[in-house]
Design a protein around this ligand. Structure first.
Ligand code: SF4
Length: 255
């Protein structure tokens, strides 16, 4: 007998909320075998990966990463050649007039806050590190405008040190869809990923997911049927993939 309030009718999967679907999807156990397969598939799909921000040294990468907050790498790459020609190192940027930095980076948005962060970062490098970028997570995170994500980018990309997993907007979104995390805060997602993934994968895993987020697992229109990760993806919160009806396969109403 149906329970009170239950009409006995089955609800279509589409009628259920994405939160309810997500809760169900997290019931599926996450095996180390599945993670190994995911890493293999990712590596096969994106064998060569690197950071899309143009840079020639650690200082430039640090500055470009600060500028990339809430902004695309392409837009950052349009302003950094001018910025680095005018302020080639931490000593020059530490003495910069904020209004000049603002005018160079104006097109990126949040230009006042970003100019403050850039100049503060450069002053921190000059005062505490002789103008050099330290190879240390804590030291980097103490610089103005530098958080864990920025520090992990610089340490991973320039120094080759896997100090953490970079969680940007693509990594945050796709790791949830894959069923690797049930967290929403980047710091907590990073802790879960660090526990799940071998340390040797920390650097390239993020780069590969960023590539994947730009090409296939696009926000609001993920291309699941063509996705190389479909076999291991839990597609958390997404509706079931509709199988297209082939011409001639539909039953006649007279059958
Ligand atoms: S199967 Fe779909 S949701 Fe999962 S990673 Fe691929 S595109 Fe994204």
């Amino acid at each position: 007998m149906p329970k009170p309030g239950n009409t006995g009718k089955r609800r279509s999967p589409r009628a259920r909320s994405s939160a309810a679907r997500a809760a169900d999807d997290f019931q599926t156990p996450l095996t180390s075998q599945r993670i190994r397969l995911l890493l293999r598939l990712l590596k096969k799909a994106y064998p060569q990966v690197n950071c899309a921000l143009l840079h020639e040294n650690a200082f430039q990468l640090l500055a470009a990463t600060i500028l990339s907050a809430q902004c695309t790498d392409d837009r950052v790459n349009q302003v950094t050649p001018v910025l680095f020609a005018r302020f080639p190192d931490a000593h020059a940027l530490a003495l910069a007039d904020p209004s000049e930095v603002e005018s160079i980076i104006h097109s990126l948005g949040f230009f006042r806050a970003k100019a403050n962060s850039l100049i503060g970062m450069a002053r921190g490098l000059v005062q505490h590190h002789k103008g050099q970028v330290p190879e240390d997570l804590d030291a980097l995170c103490h610089l103005p405008g530098v958080g864990r994500k920025t520090a992990n980018v610089v340490l991973g990309v320039w120094f080759g040190k896997p100090t953490g997993v970079v969680v940007d907007t693509h990594v945050k979104r796709i790791t949830r869809l894959l069923g690797l995390t049930d967290q929403t805060q980047p710091e907590k997602i990073e802790q879960q990923l660090m526990a799940l993934l071998p340390r040797s994968e920390w650097i390239d895993f993020s780069h590969r997911l960023i590539y994947h987020g730009r090409r296939i697992c696009i926000a609001r229109r993920p291309q699941c049927p063509e996705c190389p990760l479909l076999a291991v993806c839990q597609r958390v919160g997404l509706p079931a993939i509709q199988t297209p009806v082939r011409p001639g396969s539909a039953r006649s109403p007279h059958e």
